[in-house]
Design a protein around this ligand. Structure first.
Ligand code: ATP
Length: 135
């Protein structure tokens, strides 16, 4: 059975978050969610801020990812993310504080475009982290 599995690696600038076998990997692509099974054609996609998951041995594990790229080559899926956390790595209180900060900035109204975009992205990261931590 081993040859029918994918090797999934999730790396960030700080660390190797995960290296595991998986039956299927589902990622938040910038153009929508996509799934990878063994035999997928070579493929590269930019990732959005979102939830990704993989299934292995009947179990599903979720991660929060904060943008980056997914590369599929042969039976290997490499996720190079700006940040990525499995549920147990997520500090829920920290995500809550990040959410509150971002909401405050957004509620203050639109000042500079760049601040607005940053605050929106921070809000989305915090919401995805809360969702993944709650699974
Ligand atoms: P914060 O404002 O709390 O730092 P952030 O969204 O700005 O949140 P990022 O820049 O996306 O944080 O991530 C910086 C580093 O901190 C990454 O290594 C990321 O995995 C980690 N990180 C961010 N938020 C959390 C969290 N709630 N729990 C655990 N790790 C986190």
């Amino acid at each position: 059975m081993a040859e029918k599995q994918l090797l999934l690696e999730v790396v960030t600038p700080d660390r190797m978050v995960l290296s595991t076998e998986a039956d299927v990997v589902v990622c938040p692509g910038v153009e929508g969610q996509f799934g990878v099974l063994v035999g997928h054609i070579p493929f590269l996609s930019a990732l959005d801020i979102g939830e990704m998951y993989y299934k292995a041995g009947g179990k599903t594990e979720y991660l929060a990812v904060s943008g980056g790229f997914a590369e599929v080559t042969g039976a290997k899926v490499t996720i190079v993310a700006e940040a990525a956390e499995l549920g147990h790595m997520i500090d829920i209180e920290r995500a809550k504080r990040a959410r509150e900060r971002a909401e405050k900035r957004l509620a203050a109204g639109k000042t500079a475009d760049i601040d607005w975009i940053r605050a929106e992205a921070a809000l989305r990261r915090s919401l995805v982290r809360a969702k993944v931590a709650g699974r």
